[in-house]
Design a protein around this ligand. Structure first.
Ligand SMILES: Nc1ncnc2c1ncn2[C@@H]1O[C@H](COP(=O)(O)OP(=O)(O)OP(=O)(O)O)[C@@H](O)[C@H]1O
Length: 355
């Protein structure tokens, strides 16, 4: 574990991160005014790491991920910095983004049917990526497409390469999307709810494919999901988003065993994650709704829903800071929470108890 250098800095890997996000904020101009979707997010992704991003609907997960991949619409205003292997992406020219997308960073969307072209065979679609980015001949690209379909576990890839998307099951289409995404060997893969529309066994297969991509190709993966079971299954580290901000981030086992932000604790008890609901079928709910960020910029955004709220929470937003692991006195950069009154841990420090 690395020691703390400055409060509020994200967990830093020992080697230089592949992706560095600093103070990333995104707002949208709408007819009803400016909507703030992401507020000063910091995040590092280390090489070969799988990081999960969780949070309720509307917390800013997709907007964060799309801004990282340079995929936001023109109505978005982005500030801060996103550096991918040293290249700044915020404000970069379209020619830079075009070069980076696919080759350096790739994005997998939730619903492959809307991303795949229905009138082209999957082989043509994978092949086009290779022809454009890798300047492969059509023939070589087709052969590579067959290899990629095999890599993502599609049976009879030499025959499936000539299928149209509608001839494949939902799980196979998602595998095709992953094959297209990894075709040019991107360093970073952003997977936005890649398993949401799939049943549990197909979902397990897709997660295995993502793990294989990391293990075989060293791909760094940012996976967005509502499903804490998916996070527990695949992620090394978790980032919990709330109302456009990072509420907590920690190694996965630490987060599940010792959530420190009250929102994370609420999410865990509202989710049927194995081991947390022994003997009960009922899920608890976090009362209230995710607030619109622009309505309360200088307070903890979770204040209205928090069981430990006090005046301080309504007066100032807590910074994302390292918390002490149970039984230790020194904070580490591995576990950070943005909370004035973190949940107590089994051997909590006196000043960390709830009010
Ligand atoms: N194009 C847009 N124009 C205006 N507001 C937007 C736009 N895209 C997203 N938003 C707003 O930004 C906020 C964050 O949205 P985002 O899609 O990132 O949430 P999310 O956490 O990914 O939710 P979900 O899990 O439902 O996808 C929401 O309030 C959303 O309404």
């Amino acid at each position: 574990m690395t020691t703390v250098e400055a409060a509020g800095t994200p967990a830093t890997a020992v080697t230089a991160p592949v992706l560095e996000v600093r103070d990333l904020s995104v707002s949208f101009t709408t007819e009803g005014g400016t909507v703030s979707a992401v507020d000063r997010v910091n995040l590092d992704l280390a090489s070969g790491e799988i990081v999960g991003m969780v949070g309720e609907s509307g917390c800013g997960k997709s907007v964060t991920a799309m801004s990282i991949a340079g995929l936001l619409p023109d109505s978005a205003r982005t500030t801060g910095s996103v550096r991918l292997r040293g290249t700044e992406l915020v404000g970069a020219r379209e020619s830079v983004l075009r070069r980076v997308r696919g080759k350096e960073i790739a994005y997998i969307f939730q619903e492959p049917m809307t991303s795949l072209n229905p009138v082209l065979t999957v082989g043509r679609q994978i092949g086009e990526v290779l022809q454009v980015h890798e300047r492969m001949s059509r023939r070589a690209a087709r052969a590579r497409a067959v290899e990629l379909l095999a890599l993502v576990g599609i049976p009879s890839p030499a025959a499936r390469v000539d299928n149209y998307p509608h001839q494949l099951s939902g799980g196979m289409r998602q595998r095709v999307m992953i094959a297209m995404a990894v075709a040019c060997g991107p360093k970073v893969l952003v997977a936005d709810e890649p398993t949401t529309a799939l049943d549990v066994t197909v979902q397990a297969g897709i997660l295995q494919v993502l793990r294989d991509m990391r293990d075989r190709l060293g791909t760094t993966i940012l996976i967005i999901t509502h499903d804490l079971g998916v996070i527990a299954d695949i992620a090394d580290r978790v980032l919990v988003m709330y109302a456009g901000r990072v509420a907590e981030q920690a190694p996965v086992t630490d987060l599940f065993a010792h959530p420190r932000h009250r929102y994370t604790a609420g999410l865990l008890s509202a989710s049927p994650t194995p081991g947390r609901h022994a003997g009960t079928d009922r899920l608890s709910e976090i009362p209230g709704l995710v607030p619109v960020l622009s309505t309360q910029p200088d307070a903890c955004t979770f204040a209205d829903r928090c069981p430990a709220v006090d005046e301080r929470c309504r007066e100032a937003a807590p910074p994302l800071e390292p918390v002490r692991p149970p039984g230790t006195t020194a904070a580490t950069t591995d576990h950070l929470a943005a909370c004035w009154h973190p949940c107590p841990t089994p051997r909590t420090q006196p000043e960390e108890t709830s009010p």
